[in-house]
Design a protein around this ligand. Sequence first.
Ligand SMILES: Cc1cc2nc3c(=O)[nH]c(=O)nc-3n(C[C@H](O)[C@H](O)[C@H](O)COP(=O)(O)OP(=O)(O)OC[C@H]3O[C@@H](n4cnc5c(N)ncnc54)[C@H](O)[C@@H]3O)c2cc1C
Length: 250
Amino acid sequence: MVGRHETRMQAVNDTTASFPTSKRNRLKRRHDRGSYDHEAVFAVLDAGLLCHVAYTFDGQPYCTPTIHWREDGMLYWHGSSASRMLRQLRGGTPACLTVSHLDGLVLARSGFNHSANYRSAMCFGMARIIDEPEEKLKALAGVVDRFYPGRTQTLRAISAQEAKATTVIGMRIEEASAKVRAKGVADDEEDYGHPVWAGVIPVRMVVGAAEPCPRLLPGIVQPENLAGYAEGARLDQALTQAQLAYEGGQ
Ligand SMILES: Cc1cc2nc3c(=O)[nH]c(=O)nc-3n(C[C@H](O)[C@H](O)[C@H](O)COP(=O)(O)OP(=O)(O)OC[C@H]3O[C@@H](n4cnc5c(N)ncnc54)[C@H](O)[C@@H]3O)c2cc1C
C-alpha cells in the first residue's frame, strides 16, 4: 500500500501537479496573482540563487538570506557547522523559504497605485539537517553542479574535513505558492487625465564580464558550459538554463 508520505513525494516530483492548499499557503490578498502549480513555483525558485529562510527559535523569528538549490520537491541550503541557527535545526523545525525577483518599477498617477512587477515563491516544510553521508555528499555536489552543471567532476574532491565543517539543510516542500505581477500601470479611471508621467521601468539583474583568477595555470580557459553566464546575460535566465541542464544530467 502506498502511504500518505510516498503519495505526497510522488505528487511533489510531478511537475504537472499542484501543491495542496491550506490556511498556510492560500493567497488571500490578490489571489488572482497566485498559483500553486509546481511549474509556477519551481520557475521562481530555479530563476534565483538568493533566498530567505525564516524560522522561529524560542519565540524569536529569524530570517536568513542564503543560497538555495532544488532537487525535485526538495530544497537545500547550507552553512557552517558552527552556525548557531543551523545547529538548532537538528531536531527539525518548521520553516518558510522565499525567493523573489524584482522585474519592474511601476509608477502610477497617484502614490497609492505605485507598485512593482515581481515573481515570488513561498515554500513551507520541515527543515532538517541532512546527516546521511551519501545524501549529504550528493547535496554538496548539487550546490555546485546545479549552478554550473558538471563542474564538480573537474574540481579537487571535497575533503572529509570540508564535509564535516558544512551543515546541509533539506526541506521537502509540503505546501507552496507563487505570486506574480507582470503588467503595466493600473490607475483609477479618473486619474488617467492627470498630467504626470506614468509607466514601468523594467529592472534586470545581468551578468558582468568574467574576471579570471590571476593565478590561473597557463592554457586554462573558461569552459564552454559557462557560456550561459556570458557578459550581459540575464542571471534569472542563466540560472534557469543551468537547472535544466543539471536535471538533464542526473
Ligand atoms: C518585489 C515585491 C514587492 C512587493 N510590494 C508590495 C507592496 O508594496 N505592498 C504589498 O501589500 N505587497 C507587496 N508585495 C506582495 C507581498 O509579498 C505580499 O504578497 C502581500 O503583502 C500580501 O501579504 P499577506 O501576508 O497579507 O498575504 P496573504 O495573501 O494573506 O498570504 C497568504 C499566503 O499567500 C501566499 N503568498 C502571499 N504573498 C506571497 C508572495 N509574494 N509570493 C508567494 N506567495 C505569497 C503565502 O503562501 C502566504 O502564506 C510585494 C512583493 C514583491 C516580491
